[in-house]
Design a binder for this molecule. Structure first.
Ligand SMILES: [Ca+2]
Ligand SMILES: [Ca+2]
Ligand SMILES: [Ca+2]
Ligand SMILES: [Ca+2]
Length: 199
C-alpha cells in the first residue's frame, strides 16, 4: 500500500488551517458536548461516470489519440465529467452535475486507484468536503461550509477508530477552536487552540 504525507494531498481549504498544527492546551470551555449532526460516512463512495450513466463524449487534450476528458450526457444535459489532469491515462477528477450545477466532485490528488476528496455542492457552492488524509481509503476529516462557501466547522477522526475525536470551529475573525476527545468516549474533554508551541 502506498502511503503519503497528509499535507501533500490536501487542497487549499485544508491547507489554510494546517491539520498538523500544534496545540496549546486551553482552559476547558464550560460546555463540551459533541455537536449533533448527521451520521458520518467513513467510506468515500465513487459515483459512476461512464456509459452506464448516459452518452459518452471524449476530448483528447494532448492529441495522443486517448481521451483525457470524458463528458457523459443524459437526456441532453451534462451529467458528469471525468478529467485526467496529469495526462497519465487515468482520471483524477470526477464532477457530477444536476440542473446544470455542480453537485459533487471527487478528486484524487495522489493515486488514481482511489478517491481522496469528495465535495458536495449546494446551489453551486461547496457545502461539505470529505477527506481521506491518511491514504487508508476511509474518510477521516469532514469540512462543513456556510452557505457563502466559508469553512466553519471541521470534524476529524485522528486515530482511525471510526469515531470523530476532534471538532474544529472557526470564528469569523479567524480564530480556531478545537474540542478534543482524549479518552475515546465520543465526547470532547478538552479545548485547544492551534498555536506555535508544542502539543
Ligand atoms: Ca490524450
Ligand atoms: Ca491522471
Ligand atoms: Ca477517533
Ligand atoms: Ca471524551
Amino acid at each position: 500500500m502506498r502511503f503519503f504525507h497528509a499535507r501533500a494531498i490536501l487542497p487549499w481549504a485544508l491547507l489554510s488551517v494546517p491539520l498538523a498544527a500544534c496545540f496549546e492546551p486551553e482552559v476547558p470551555a464550560s460546555t463540551l458536548t459533541a455537536p449533533a449532526g448527521p451520521t458520518r460516512h467513513f467510506r468515500i463512495e465513487h459515483e459512476r461516470c461512464d456509459d452506464s450513466v448516459g452518452e459518452v463524449r471524449g476530448v483528447d487534450l494532448d492529441g495522443d489519440g486517448t481521451a483525457d476528458v470524458q463528458e457523459v450526457a443524459k437526456d441532453g444535459a451534462l451529467a458528469c465529467r471525468s478529467s485526467d489532469l496529469n495526462l497519465d491515462g487515468r482520471p483524477d477528477v470526477f464532477e457530477f452535475f444536476e440542473g446544470g450545477m455542480l453537485r459533487r466532485r471527487e478528486t484524487n490528488l495522489v493515486d488514481a486507484a482511489f478517491i481522496t476528496v469528495a465535495e458536495t455542492f449546494e446551489s453551486g457552492r461547496v457545502a461539505l468536503a470529505e477527506y481521506d488524509t491518511s491514504g487508508k481509503r476511509r474518510i477521516d476529516t469532514w469540512d462543513h461550509f456556510t452557505a457563502a462557501g466559508k469553512l466553519d466547522a471541521r470534524e476529524r477522526d485522528t486515530d482511525g477508530d471510526g469515531k470523530v475525536d476532534e471538532w474544529w470551529s472557526f470564528s469569523p475573525d479567524g480564530e480556531v477552536t478545537v474540542r478534543v476527545d482524549v479518552n475515546a468516549d465520543g465526547e470532547p474533554d478538552e479545548v485547544r487552540r492551534p498555536g506555535m508551541g508544542g502539543r
